[in-house]
Design a protein around this ligand. Structure first.
Ligand code: CU
Length: 747
């Protein structure tokens, strides 16, 4: 008991857990990332290379070159296998560097390979363009379409909005001029339109939230304009027109004749709202770990940091040009910088192990404290159970979970990697946050792409697709894929990743089954079917999103399915996943499985203010619960408020008793109460045969709280404080009329 308290206290108050067993891993993690010292040495070396013409990030303007990213070049699998399986020395380490080259008329991102590391003898260190991992062969370079981000706002967007300030004041009682008292913002589409060599940006007016709730994406005002921002010279950019009330005006003057009322209020709060649900202020159940952590970690080697996520896509549909042109490829924004500290007791149990994550930005290594959690959990059902005439046996379904949460713009992705007793490895992604919705001025005449969900708001339908790489080797690198079809076919086959040279005791190939939509112990959910095929927005930038499962032969130069700046050149992206498919043989060779998790998101009123996962809205009625928390932190990142909305502040010692104390009371016997007579009793269809139950009405009434779904209810009366023997004596079986029992079979 004291141990448990001590562990919990450590977790609660220091935020760093140390209750796992500390081990030394047998091998060095050669994919574990650069150390801070290595990163610093690479940055210093880069600044000494005059041909790169670098400026420190803090001093740089739009016409300077900067270091965008420094990280470890993932070693080639071929080299890693030599190291792991054949005692070769570890592969030499190189840094992968991305430069943001803007001191030129045609700005671009440049990939460099720098090394070998460590940089001890500076004359042997070199940089070369990094091209081999990319299907695009342009010396590791891809253009940067947002090099003039600040100028686009100061010299273009704010000037355009200033030219109609009388209209924004009249329509929205607001302005967007780049000033502190702006009430509106002007986000644009992503990717930008890139057809015929022109760069087109649709800009949309969104109200800024009036409080701390980050709700811009559900506050569109229905005013949209089109700009041609090709090139770096603002004097050559062109305003191509306004879209307002579903009418396109080619000039600002033509648009001035329009009128529209926004009709928005402050309904985007995520705090507790409405009458509190009965009993809800009591603390809900919590999990405890009586023996502490049951795993061992080598935190030094960071064995858990690289888990296969390639890209996350949110592809929208709508009649308006902003929503219909929106297809976020989230690695462009980055996952690491937005993987913030987890909320203990909400994102993960209090008893979890919390680990830090790091990322590079502006000549510094930044660390998010406690941003990755690791814990065991008990599923709410056993992994095995059976009753036979002489015993019942059942096995707990305990699984290990690794979980980060990344907040990218309006979305929070909770990604759970789960490891199960039967060997299953699962990935579950949950999305929550604010949807990005459309002003119904543009969708009122066409509900094909979303339902009206608020005044003047249409919930644009969209798909979320996340791609993961699974490079398993089944007992060697020589593997195959076996398909099992289950007619009548729905054009879906079960796929097994197998080794045809390795059979089990029954002559079958050994391997893993791949279940993109699993209802196994890894949990349900997953792909229904993918709809992002032939995207006119993404062109060639995300062909990985078109099938549930895709299998390629392993090649060191095909290390990823996506590239963070693919959105900068959708016709000629750095990685075009389609080019990985060239008819190569997939039998008994080294295979890579690329799997997609996907969800169709058809927003309903329950998605406001925020949506949740599994068709279980994070908004609407769910705002009535008090089982939520809002941790307020100011500009100094110091906690100023922990708002728990009136939840009971229970403080109790948990007594964990040996399970035997309960199970000696198990009784497989049948408690029979014969029905005295059914003569003369008439029960109308759907009515409850209360008269047939000879037990006290109190229990009978309780049993029929759901009269039409009560097939055969066994009520266990559990008096608080009574031991198991009493409980058995108070066990009842309510037997409905036979005809009703049959009618209720499909309950
Ligand atoms: Cu969504």
């Amino acid at each position: 008991m004291h141990n448990l308290q001590a562990r919990s206290a450590t977790l609660l108050f220091s935020g760093t857990s140390s209750n796992f067993t500390i081990i030394k891993s047998p091998n060095k993690n050669i994919s574990g990332g650069l150390t801070e010292v290595e990163t610093a040495s690479v940055v210093q070396w880069l600044f000494q290379q005059p041909e790169l013409n670098l400026t420190a990030a803090d001093d740089a303007g739009e016409w300077d070159n900067t270091i965008f990213l420094v990280e470890l070049t993932r070693p080639n699998k071929s080299d890693v296998l030599q190291y792991l399986d054949h005692d070769h020395p570890p592969p030499r380490r190189y840094a992968q560097v991305v430069l943001d080259v803007r001191a030129t008329l045609d700005p671009y991102y440049a990939e460099l390979l720098v090394g070998p590391l460590p940089i001890t003898n500076k004359s042997t260190t070199t940089w070369v363009p990094l091209e081999y991992p990319y299907t695009r062969k342009t010396q590791g370079r891809i253009r940067n379409l947002v090099a003039d981000h600040d100028t686009i706002y100061s010299e273009w967007l704010y000037k355009i909005s200033a030219s109609i300030v009388d209209i924004t004041l009249d329509l929205f009682n607001g302005t967007v001029l780049g000033l502190n008292n702006d009430t509106i913002r002007i986000p644009g589409i992503d990717p930008l339109w890139q057809d015929d060599g022109r760069i087109i940006r649709w800009g949309t007016f969104w109200n800024l939230p009036v409080d701390d709730f980050d709700a811009s994406s559900i506050l569109p005002l229905g005013l949209i304009f089109k700009s041609d921002i090709t090139g770096r010279d603002p004097s050559k950019w062109k305003l191509e027109g306004w879209l307002y009330n579903n009418i396109f005006y080619e000039t600002t003057n033509a648009f001035r004749k329009a009128y529209y009322s926004p009709g928005f209020a402050t309904w985007a709060r995520t705090d507790q709202e409405g009458p509190i649900l009965s009993e809800d202020q009591k603390q809900p159940p919590v999990m405890v770990a009586p023996s502490g952590a049951r795993y061992a970690l080598d935190t030094e080697q960071k064995y858990v940091t690289w888990m296969g996520l390639q890209e996350a896509l949110s592809h929208y549909a709508e009649t308006d040009p902003v929503q219909s042109s929106t297809a976020y490829l989230d690695s462009y924004y980055g996952f690491g910088p937005y993987t913030f500290e987890l909320v203990k007791g909400y994102d993960c149990p209090i008893y979890a192990t919390y680990l830090n994550t790091s990322f590079y930005e502006s000549e510094a290594t930044h660390t998010h404290i406690d941003s990755l959690c690791l814990f065991e959990y008990d599923a709410d059902y056993p992994i095995q159970r059976h009753t036979n005439p002489s015993y019942v046996s059942t096995t707990k379904n305990i699984y290990l979970i690794l979980r980060p949460v990344s907040t990218i713009g309006n979305y929070d992705y909770t990604i759970s990697y789960t490891f199960h007793l039967d060997g299953t490895i699962g990935i579950k992604v949950r999305a929550s946050g604010y949807i990005q919705a459309a002003h119904s001025a543009h969708s009122a005449h066409n509900t094909n792409y979303g339902y009206p969900i608020h005044s003047a708001l249409s919930g644009s339908m969209h798909d979320h697709i996340l791609n993961f790489k699974a490079d398993f080797d089944i007992l060697s690198t020589a593997n195959s894929i076996e398909l099992t079809s289950l007619p009548p076919s729905n054009n879906k086959n079960d796929a097994q990743h197998i080794n045809q040279d390795a059979r089990n005791a029954y002559g079958e190939y050994r391997g893993y089954r791949i279940l993109p939509s699993s209802s196994s112990s890894s949990g349900g959910g997953g792909t229904n079917h993918l709809t992002i095929i032939n995207s006119s927005t993404l062109i060639h930038a995300a062909h990985w999103s078109e099938h549930d499962i895709q299998i390629t032969q392993h090649h060191d130069h095909e290390s990823r399915s996506a590239y963070p700046y693919n959105n900068q050149d959708v016709y000629n992206p750095m990685i075009n996943f389609d080019e990985y498919f060239d008819g190569e043989d997939l039998s008994q060779t080294d295979l890579v499985v690329w799997v997609n998790l996907a969800m169709h998101h058809v927003p309903t009123t329950g998605d406001l203010p925020e949506y949740g996962d599994d068709n279980c809205g994070g908004g609407g009625e769910s705002r009535r619960t008090v089982n939520m928390v809002r941790v307020g932190f100011g500009d100094e990142d110091v906690v100023e408020e922990v708002e728990t909305f009136g939840q009971a502040r229970e403080r109790m010692e948990v007594v964990v008793r040996p399970v035997e104390e309960v199970l000696w009371g198990y009784c497989s016997c049948l408690s029979l109460n014969e029905i005295p007579s059914i003569k003369g009793v008439s029960v109308a269809p759907g009515a409850t045969p209360l008269t047939l139950t000879p037990w006290p009405a109190k229990f009978a009434a309780h049993a029929f709280v759901m009269p039409n779904t009560a097939c055969l209810l066994t009520v266990y009366d559990t008096y608080p404080g009574l031991a198991w023997k009493d409980a058995v004596e108070h066990r009842f079986t309510i037997t409905p009329r036979p005809s009703l029992a049959v009618a209720g079979l499909n309950c």
